[in-house]
Design a protein around this ligand. Sequence first.
Ligand code: FE2
Ligand code: FE2
Length: 529
Amino acid sequence: MSDNTSHDNLQKLINIGRSLSREKNINILLEKILIEAREISHSDGGTLYLMTDDNRLSFEIMHNESKNIFFGGSSAPVPDSFYPVKLYVDGVPNDHSVSAVCALKGKTIHIEDAYADKNYDFSGAKGFDQKHGYHSKSFLNVPLKNHKDEILGVLQLLNATENDKIISYSKEIISLVEALTSQASIALTNQMLIEEQKALFKSFIQLVSEALEHKDEVTGGHCTRVPVLTMMFADAINEDATGAYKKFKFTDDQMEELYVAGWLHDFGKVATPEHIMNKSTKLECLFDKINLLIMKFEILKRDKKIEFYKNCLNQESNEKELRKKIDNDINQIDNDVEFLKNCNIGGEFMSDEMKERVDKIADQLISVENKQINILSNNEKENLKISRGTLSDKDFFIMKEHVSLSYELLNKLPYPKHLKNVPFYAGCHHEKIDGSGYPNGYKGDKLPLQARVIALADVFEGLTAPDRPYKKGYSLSKAMEILKFMVQDNEIDKDLFELFINKKLYLKYAKDYVDSSQIDEIDEKKYLI
Ligand SMILES: [Fe+2]
Ligand SMILES: [Fe+2]
């Protein structure tokens, strides 16, 4: 080989190495490896096999230039009729197949003429030749190995050509292909390791969310539905060609960052007490105290009856009057108990009159251990007067802490550079554009698009979820109406809400994740502001 040719080949290898190391899509990388190897060796065809977990070589890319056959990579997938090559048959090494032996021994195998070869079974190639009017002659098989010297796959080149004639692979070409294959192996190993790590991290964050949902049985599904809607928004933003986001695109790294933040946004709930997360009635603590309360009213009835009987013993009393009074008192108590039972179920609104009635009932005294005490403790009274839902201010304060905790805990992880904003995005999911959200009261200028997306997804999921403690899931139209009010009050992003409507994301999401009984007619124009 002349100095010039050697220099050219070296330059080619350097360029190929660069190009392969830049490719992030494994499928395209495999295709590039085969294309470059064919080019450098002037091969008419070739196959790139990858090793499977069960010791087989699967056909990933197949090319035959003169027959215009291209499978895998950017072309059509390899047909299922190409069965993977077994490295072992009935537990014995498969020494009939040249590619299997190449993988088993980890060595390059060069065949000058398949039809003259006595060592290997080329019936597959011969069958192909017959079917397509082709002639397979020279073969070059080179193993791809990773950093642990394990076999990743096999590169098989077919029919080296020169001046339209099939020739054998020269020593120089074999060395060149081996050098290329070792570069390709590094690029492939890197991408496989990256993909494996990504897959592991992805499964881990999903596992964390699943664990949270076991803890939070009432809002179960929230942690897995919010990231779905978050990514629906992200895709719609990337596809928006005419609206507010026509000039904006999330990069792949940003998409991954948003995905992780969406999955982990409520991570802080790991530390929220379960009796607050799952508080389904106002008096529920570690258990629902309503029965204790009913017992106290039984004591009140008992006291009234004792008083009645004592009064009856008085000669001057009018028994008829007394009986009328005790009947009224007992009726009133039963009525109050029903009223309190009703108050105990959290609702959307509690009127001032109802709260006053709770206060009035609470003032009644009962005798316990010779002491006169109020029938409702202050704590019971305050809980029963909760205006909306089932959480008291104190409960709500504890509940709100999950967001700061999401930020604090997630901030402890050593993220790669492209995921460094995960804690911030997750920690902003209860912030509102007008600054009325929590935990930091950040206004719009501090809230990036990613945080706004998760916040909107979080609200919509919450409104339509069928499983909240104090309410059934809202109908689609009611949820949209509430979102509209939130946009008007400058709490959530107007452009995102418009995208939500215009791209029918609300419907796409609802079809898969909202109970069909909640999906009603939506007049989109009504919600566009
Ligand atoms: Fe949250
Ligand atoms: Fe959430």
